[in-house]
Write a protein that binds this ligand. Sequence first.
Ligand SMILES: Nc1nc2c(ncn2[C@@H]2O[C@H](COP(=O)(O)OP(=O)(O)O)[C@@H](O)[C@H]2O)c(=O)[nH]1
Ligand SMILES: [Mg+2]
Length: 303
Amino acid sequence: MGILDKLKKTFKKTSESILTAIVGKKIDEDFYQEIEDALIRADVGAQTSIMLAKKLADKKFPRDATESEIKKFLADEITRLLEPYEANLFDSIDKSTRRNPEIILVIGVNGNGKTTSIAKLANVFKKKGHNPLMIAGDTFRAAAVEQLKYWGNQLGIAVFHGKDQADAAGVVYSGIEKAKSENNDIVLIDTAGRMQNRDDLIAELDKIKRVIKKIDGTAPHKTILVLDGLTGQTAHLQVESFLNKVGIDGLIVTKLDSTAKGGAVISLTQKYKAPIFAIGVGEGADDLQPFSANQYAKAILDE
Ligand SMILES: Nc1nc2c(ncn2[C@@H]2O[C@H](COP(=O)(O)OP(=O)(O)O)[C@@H](O)[C@H]2O)c(=O)[nH]1
Ligand SMILES: [Mg+2]
């Protein structure tokens, strides 16, 4: 199965939901309103949905236009909206220009898929010939360290962790030192996502960033916020909070395989101008896709 077909399967619930407004429908005044509603239901975002429906109306399709013409028009428009936010993380770490090591900090609320996404990313990098190290910086729960160790074993990827309840920043510092001495060219840092209150979490992330900078003033080279695609408006609030308080370079949106709201990527990029590094399309090690504006647009419309 090609990548597009896989993505179409991933976004089946979303495309089915959007297509109820298109397939077998007469092109009359209600048509555009129904498309707008369907896009909003798919989490495309109100403003963008209204704009897309208007563009479609302005195009003045003849009454006998086919559904594939409509789908193609929308897919092209959505592609144009998303293209500025394609961020090629998988190939960006070129061996010739690589840092020593490339330091990637992964943050986000618990349950969003941070640890799983780190394992998936490390897996991609390993397959591309890199030698990644995963650092268990979520020292809040023993289970988080165990989860990363499990993935390390499964995938044959090195994991650095500290003692139980160790100071996260200390673990990160030692982990990066170890990566340097063992020639790991990419370091992926897992972090905790739940603290007694948000200030604690931000303070811990600040401290982690400070120790990273002690080793390499240009790092972290990428700070990735992991969002759960199922959480709709909550995901938006999380971007606002982390964007302002910690700073992020881009997003990974997970769990797009189990939702009819696969339009989330559109609303998030349009609102926060945040690049998409990758999308999570399942629980397995290979279920992380680079983000392609065109393929995503085609997939959510089954075009
Ligand atoms: N269906 C699906 N499940 C995912 C995806 N990414 C993560 N998960 C699941 O979400 C749950 C939480 O993930 P985890 O990595 O532990 O989140 P963390 O607390 O942010 O580290 C786990 O059960 C994962 O298997 C995804 O892309 N699709
Ligand atoms: Mg975790």
